[in-house]
Design a protein around this ligand. Structure first.
Ligand SMILES: *Cc1c(COP(=O)(O)O)cnc(C)c1O
Length: 406
């Protein structure tokens, strides 16, 4: 099993790393493109033990341990995030749960961003609670609130920036400083930012999470996840959460995501450019009350966004008059933009997120935190993942749909 990456590729720019890092032409065929190795098992050394986890050196043994296509993906991921090591999983949620399993034991304390991916919040509500892990939810855009949340038992701080779905940011370097002072570790779910915008390890984060399903794969055809961090931790996570719990990625999905990743930096530029144009169109529409996009001065944390994000990504939210009628209008009248969950695909996607619903099903917020959520989302938002289509066509598509309201 190979971990890490060579120094020379790390001195290259991000787009060069996206194309070349991790990719090793096959010595047998001299194929220039990465091999898709759809083999669950590999011819073994007759002296190999049946269950010597991770003790097969550079030899491949069984795909739940490691696989040549998956290793290429993991090396590319580590080179893009400038992390020591990466492990790919079957989904983003498998990566999140591997991290929780690695860092938390009964009695331990987790500081969780109060607005995180719904399934992560729901995991904290039931599974972590059942395991005796104490969870404190914090609006981590409020650094004083973060400072006060630590206890002697705090092991992990887990946040998203920008967070799904309201696009509120957290000052990663500031939270990293507080976490380390308290002897805890910081994990950032950077799915919305991608390393083109923000490299959390450079800002002091210990772990980075990605849903590879989103911008990394980028084409809406494969589910996957990744966890990045110190090589020693990732090796243990591979043994315990990968080999034993088994949520590993299929080599086929790894190959699709490896291919998608090669164009990540140029795609992110196109997503950003299209989001700016579509966001401006929406701001000018008489039915639209408010647009939130980290690249607009109207974002409540625009200064932090400029400091922490080199690219503003393709995610925006908007609030509209006659909101309740719009989901059906969008689903029936948009021709290019798909009314569907998920995000980060080349194809634009839109979805309705009513505040009351998500507060009830997923979050467990105090009154103050609920007010903080509503300050970004009002009573309901549409989350729009702006794709890489021609922005004028996306604006025309939205215009046609709005016009269908009588
Ligand atoms: C989608 C998503 C996840 C979960 O990823 P899956 O690949 O769907 O399991 C986690 N975090 C964020 C921010 C996401 O958008």
């Amino acid at each position: 099993m190979k971990e890490g990456h060579s120094e020379s590729i790390l001195s290259c720019g991000l787009q060069t790393r996206a194309v070349h890092a991790g990719e090793n032409p096959d010595p047998a065929t001299r194929a220039s493109s990465p091999n898709l190795v759809m083999s669950s098992t590999f011819l073994a050394d007759p002296d190999a033990a049946f269950s010597a986890e991770g003790e097969h050196g550079d030899e491949f043994f069984y795909t739940r341990w490691s696989n040549p296509t998956v290793v290429q993906l993991e090396e590319k991921l580590a080179a893009l995030e400038v992390a020591e090591a990466a492990m790919a999983f079957a989904s983003g949620m498998a990566a999140v749960n591997a991290l929780f399993f690695h860092c938390l034991r009964p009695g331990d304390h987790l500081i969780l961003g109060d607005v995180v991916y719904a399934a992560v919040s729901e995991t904290a509500n039931d599974l972590l609670a059942e395991l005796g892990i104490k969870v404190t939810r914090i609006d981590t855009s409020d650094i004083d609130a973060v400072r006060e949340a630590f206890t002697d038992d705090t092991r992990l701080v887990y946040i998203e920036s920008p967070c799904n779905p309201i696009l509120r940011l957290t000052d990663i370097a500031a939270v990293a400083g507080l976490a380390h002072e308290a002897g805890a570790r910081l994990a950032i779910d950077s799915t919305f930012a991608t390393p083109v915008a923000t490299q959390p390890v450079e800002l002091g984060a210990d772990f980075v999470i990605h849903s590879l399903t989103k911008y990394f794969g980028g084409h809406g055809d494969a589910v996957g996840g990744a966890l990045l961090g110190p090589a020693e931790d990732i090796a243990e996570i591979r043994r315990k959460a990968g080999i034993r719990m088994g949520g590993v990625i299929s080599p086929f999905n790894a190959w699709l995501i490896l291919r998608g990743l090669a164009t990540l930096p140029i795609r992110m530029k196109a997503h950003e450019a299209a989001a700016i144009e579509v966001g401006k169109y929406l701001e000018g529409h008489p039915l639209v009350k408010r647009v939130i996009y980290p690249g607009f001065e109207t974002h409540p944390q625009f200064n932090l966004a400029k400091r922490q994000m080199k690219n503003f990504s393709g995610m925006l939210t908007f609030q509209a008059e006659r909101h309740a009628e719009l989901p059906r209008i969008f689903a029936e009248h948009l021709r290019l933009i798909h009314y569907a969950v998920s995000l980060g695909h080349h194809r634009s996607l839109i979805f309705n997120i009513p505040t009351e619903d998500i507060l009830k099903t997923s979050f467990a917020l105090t009154e103050k935190q609920e007010a903080g959520y509503r300050a970004f989302a009002g009573d309901a938002i549409f989350r729009l993942s702006v794709g890489i289509e021609d922005p004028a066509d996306l604006c025309a598509d939205l215009d046609r749909a709005f016009a269908a309201l009588d």
